[in-house]
Design a protein around this ligand. Structure first.
Ligand code: ZN
Length: 417
């Protein structure tokens, strides 16, 4: 005995009518018995016997009863149940008929899927799947179908002027990388793939198309010279602008080498006490001056007073950062000045830096002249890092890609980002 019209309103599914409802008791053994709500539905005449691929009506040949998990009702698990025929489609042959409340061959209804994907976007999947009372794998499947549904027929590369190409490592152990292409205008992901291979980036440029490649690419400068090569080959008109963060990192690395060498020399000379790693001092050297703590400022002052070569190196690194801050002709002047100072400093580490900066000068000029503001790129980078950290439990690159795409690709309608 059921007031079908109320249940129709509750389910709010077009082209479906509720036939009856019932309660089932689960499971028979071990766990505490649970009441399950079963809502028996059927597609209306309009939606009945449709081919899931072409929408044409087919001839039913046999029938099967199926259940779909849907949104909980008053804390109880709820399932839709319906007889689903297999039909003979003139075009697609024998196939299970479409139902209006779920994707083809899915075990979950559309509202359940939306809800689950939204939850997965906001919390670790282990937690979300426990809350939803589904397995981790089921949640992974739901998010991937939701992401695929949202991207279908969408050209996510349309109208882009500037993109960033980046590598991100994820998960424990080495060798786990993602290649991520971001839109500078929106800070969203345009494209993402597992690994860091020339082939995957080539595939991206092929998808982008040569006519659309008059764009600026913003790529990491270090360790990824191959990205430059691929961009030059696949998008010859593109202006390559090395990433500020990576260029400044070169200076930081030379500074680290210098510090290690000086400490080793002190130890050899019998001054092991002075050579003891100046932890605070080293952190101070790496940080932006405006972010220094009082202790780090003191440590830096001590370096300035007692370790001239190291302090000189620090100033060169900061001047490089400043060049990217002021940009344009002023930035170029600062860059030229610091390169000549680095060359003349009689510090091999900084002579090496001068060489690298000179080799990449034209590209660095691109960044100084046309480079994007770093705010969005940095924000997206920080969000991706947070996602990767939060996602320690991700068991596959596919799941991580799906989630990153879903949350940061602008696909998730309720995404907090
Ligand atoms: Zn068909």
């Amino acid at each position: 005995m059921v007031d079908g019209s109320i249940w129709d309103e509750v389910l709010d599914t077009e082209h479906a009518t509720v036939v009856r409802t019932s309660i089932e008791r689960w499971p028979p053994k071990k766990r505490a018995p649970e009441k399950i709500l079963i809502v028996v539905v059927e597609p209306d005449d309009e939606a009945r016997n449709r081919c899931p691929r072409c929408g044409n009506r087919g001839v039913p040949v046999e029938s099967d009863v199926r259940r779909w998990r849907t949104l909980d009702v008053h804390g109880k698990r709820c399932y839709l149940e319906s007889a689903v025929p297999r039909i003979e489609c003139p075009e697609h042959g024998k196939i299970t008929a479409a139902v209006p409340w779920a994707r083809h061959d899915d075990r979950f209804t559309l509202p359940f899927g939306d809800d689950a994907a939204g939850l997965g976007a906001q919390m670790p999947w282990t937690k979300a799947s426990a809350e939803l009372r589904i397995t981790w794998e089921a949640l992974a499947g739901i998010v991937s179908r939701a992401a695929a549904g949202a991207t279908a027929g969408q050209d996510r590369l349309a109208g882009q002027r500037m993109i960033g190409i980046n590598e991100k490592s994820w998960g424990k152990g080495g060798g786990k990388y993602l290649t991520v292409v971001t839109h500078h205008a929106t800070g969203k992901i345009a494209w993402i793939a597992e690994g860091r291979s020339q082939d995957s980036v080539k595939a991206f440029f092929d998808q982008l198309g040569i006519d659309r490649s008059k764009l600026l690419t913003h790529v990491p400068a270090d360790g990824a010279a191959w990205i430059h090569d691929v961009a030059k080959e696949k998008a010859p008109q593109a202006l390559i602008c090395p990433d500020v963060f990576h260029v400044v990192k070169w200076a930081g690395e030379r500074l680290d080498e210098l510090r290690r060498r000086l400490a080793a020399e002190l130890r050899v000379a019998g001054h092991a006490d002075q050579a003891a790693a100046p932890g605070t001092g080293m952190r101070a050297l790496r940080k932006k001056p405006e972010n220094l703590t009082t202790g780090q400022r003191t440590a830096l002052a001590r370096i300035a007073a007692g370790n001239k070569p190291l302090y000189k190196g620090y100033l060169i690194k900061e001047q490089l950062r400043e060049a990217f801050r002021v940009k344009g002709p002023d930035g170029k002047a600062l860059l030229a000045g610091l390169v000549s100072r680095a060359r003349r400093a009689r510090i091999p580490e900084f002579a090496k830096l001068a060489k690298t900066l000179t080799r990449f000068r034209d590209l660095i000029w691109n960044t100084l002249d046309h480079g994007p503001s770093n705010g969005r790129a940095e924000a997206l980078n920080a969000q991706l890092n947070a996602l990767i950290t939060r996602a320690r439990g991700f068991r596959s690159a596919d799941a991580l890609i799906t989630m990153a795409d879903f949350v940061y690709g602008g696909l998730c309608p309720d995404s907090p980002y």
